[in-house]
Ligand binder design. Structure first.
Ligand SMILES: [Zn+2]
Length: 182
């Protein structure tokens, strides 16, 4: 029998923080009216990032704030969360805290694209859009912030430690396996 309850409301009720909404904004209007949105973005919504993650069950806490300064239309995107990647040295999982705080300047199609050299180093330019894909923007910013080769600060190549080559292949599972022996 199909449930009358919409699945989405059950999901968002289960989470302590609500899911980010809306996921599309009119970017210039958002900046002009100093709008603000915040919420969680499930990692499963970010397919290009998901390819590089070992664990997709989490989410990122995100906020987007718009404002206008002098002649500029600006967005601040703040992203906070933890990602589980594969260490490129020992191949076990490595926890990566992900903190992004980016200011983006909206450029209309009829504006000249700003000269890179004249841009504030703290700011990136993006094309203004009436249907700005906020989730796509978040995914891009996180991909840019990912290290090319994530690694533990201290670890050994597989084989050197002996323990790394086993059926579990992940440090967190090794801990679990050790606990289960008791
Ligand atoms: Zn490692």
């Amino acid at each position: 029998m199909p449930s009358a309850e919409p699945v989405e409301s059950i999901e968002s009720a289960r989470l302590s923080n609500k899911i980010l909404t809306p996921t599309m904004v009119d970017s210039l209007e958002f900046a002009c009216n100093s709008r603000f949105i915040e919420g969680n973005v499930p990692l499963k919504w970010l397919p290009h990032l998901a390819d590089r993650l070992l664990e997709l069950d989490g989410s990122l806490a995100v906020s987007l704030e718009g404002w206008q300064s002098e002649e500029k239309f600006l967005l601040r995107l703040v992203i906070d969360g933890t990602l589980l990647l594969q260490c490129q040295r020992c191949l076990a999982s490595v926890c990566l805290p992900m903190q992004v705080n980016s200011v983006l300047q909206l450029i209309s199609t009829d504006d000249d694209w700003p000269d890179e050299e004249l841009m504030d180093d703290e700011m990136d330019a993006i094309e203004a859009s009436e249907v700005l894909d906020v989730v796509g923007l978040i995914e891009n910013e996180v991909l840019l912030a990912l290290p090319l080769a994530p690694r533990h600060e201290y670890c050994e190549l597989p084989g050197e430690a002996g323990a790394a080559e086993n059926e579990y292949g992940s440090a967190s599972f090794l801990v679990l396996a050790a606990l289960k022996k008791h």
